[in-house]
Design a protein around this ligand. Structure first.
Ligand code: ZN
Length: 454
């Protein structure tokens, strides 16, 4: 978990948002690593390497040598379905941390496509030479280093000479997660992976201070555990329900500084703004609720809640985040919806582990009057709405709960953003071609005419 501050760089500019859809390639290649990518076309590549790596030369002052795979077997060994599932669990958690950003969390080795994967030394040189790339080796106990992992700080956005280590590079784009310390704790492996990648993206530790005195290098938010608990990814989030990005205190003993993790992540050259999930962000631009027959098509009714400002992102307040709006129609009767926090990369309709969003679902009528609100489950992982609605058009608005604040040590605020999806029933079936009717309300509705029952 140490951040080695070896290099300093000028701050890059923030660019406007990029519009790239989420995509996952979920094909397992036989016996190997599941091939998973959260956002294949993104400018940044975070390659999670579970297959082992033989590092050439010195990394900082240490000598990593050969790291076994996540499962301790040779990198040429094969992984069984249980092991593949463990890789998926870790990957999904890391992918969700970075879901609001235009970055790709992948298990696919980019050196293969580049034709530089014939030896690990060539792979090492390739990673160093590529701007906007990080190679995270997940495995081993880290006896050569100590800690749960280790990374250079602020190196990811740049490219580096490969002249060191006999042409293999100095490992600026290789960092480490010592997964063998607790290999079946997916939360540890994933939180540590997101943390080390965060270092590469210029983040320092989120620490606890008493005045100017540092009392914990790794804030765990006072060991917060259980439903609704938060701890910072850049501190120690191994035991909390949600490990999220934070606005809190970083820096050295005697010299605390405020660190807005999300704002800092966006300053990496070429990250751009937050991703656009393609769902409308207001009543007038609401997206038609995707249906399959009478039920919500959950593989389409999904989104990513992100801060509303990329220039000055803030964690606290519902309005600090964009809301997603869907519109739907019922011919009258019971309408049921479930809003689930988290991604569904692994099994459509089932939340992946490691949800970072905590969300609110409100239903409005066609005049934008609040009709009802979903009940948040005690787990804080989903909320449910069930109500008899009269015939008509309605809106479903999905919002962040608006952050979490902690007064432990130096006050801090935690982002509640990330993926969600909707399931539910009681809607009017998708009909013959929609008919557009102008409404006196001034809103442009797409009315759907119900197919007549013969
Ligand atoms: Zn660290």
């Amino acid at each position: 978990m140490r951040g080695l501050r070896k290099l300093q760089f000028s701050v890059a500019t923030i660019v406007s948002s990029a519009l790239i859809p989420c995509l996952v390639l979920a094909d397992d290649h036989t016996g190997g690593v599941p091939l998973l990518s959260s956002r294949p076309d993104a400018p940044y590549t975070f390659y999670l390497n579970f297959a082992g790596f033989n590092y050439t030369g010195n990394w900082s002052s240490g000598t990593p040598g050969s790291t076994p795979s996540y499962f301790g077997v040779s990198s040429t060994g094969t992984f069984n379905s249980t092991q593949q599932n463990r890789i998926k669990q870790v990957w999904a958690r890391v992918a969700e941390k970075y879901a609001p950003f235009n970055v790709n969390v992948t298990t696919i080795d980019p050196a293969v496509a580049a034709g530089r994967a014939d030896t690990d030394a060539h792979r090492q040189a390739y990673y160093d030479s590529q701007a906007r790339m990080m190679h995270t080796v997940i495995g081993g106990t880290g006896g050569w280093s100590g800690g749960g992992g280790v990374s250079f700080v602020g190196t990811t956005q740049n490219s580096y000479s490969t002249s060191g280590n006999g042409g293999a590079g100095l490992g600026r784009h290789t960092n480490w997660v010592f997964a063998a310390q607790a290999p079946t704790s997916y939360q540890f492996v994933a939180e540590a992976s997101a943390h080390e990648i965060g270092h590469g993206m210029k983040l320092d530790h989120q620490s606890d201070f008493n005045g100017t005195a540092k009392i914990n290098e790794y804030s765990s938010n006072n060991g917060a555990t259980g439903n609704g608990s938060y701890a910072p990814i850049m501190g120690n989030s191994y035991s909390t329900q949600r490990g999220t990005w934070r606005i809190g205190t970083a820096g050295d003993n005697g010299n605390p500084v405020s660190q807005n993790d999300v704002a800092t992540l966006l300053t990496n050259n070429g990250v751009g703004g937050f991703i656009d999930d393609g769902i409308g962000h207001g009543f007038g631009t609401a997206t038609d609720l995707p249906l399959t027959g009478l039920t919500i098509n959950n593989t389409l009714a999904k989104g990513v809640i992100v801060p509303s400002s990329s220039a000055n992102p803030q964690a606290m307040g519902e309005d600090s985040y964009l809301s997603d709006f869907f519109r739907f129609r019922t011919e009258g009767g019971l309408v049921s919806m479930k809003l689930t926090n988290g991604s569904q990369y692994l099994t459509p309709g089932t939340a992946d582990p490691g949800a970072t969003l905590d969300s609110v679902l409100r239903v409005y009528d066609s005049s934008m009057n609040l009709v009802g609100m979903a009940t948040r489950d005690g787990s804080t992982l989903f909320s449910t709405f069930s109500m008899n609605l009269g015939v008509g058009n309605y809106f479903a608005k999905i919002s962040s709960i608006g952050g979490y604040s902690s007064t432990f040590a130096t006050p801090a605020s935690y982002y509640t953003m990330g993926s969600y999806f909707l399931t539910g029933s009681g809607f009017t079936p998708v009909p013959e071609p929609a008919t557009m009717l102008g409404l006196a309300s001034g809103l442009a509705f797409f009315y759907r005419r119900r197919r007549k029952q013969k």
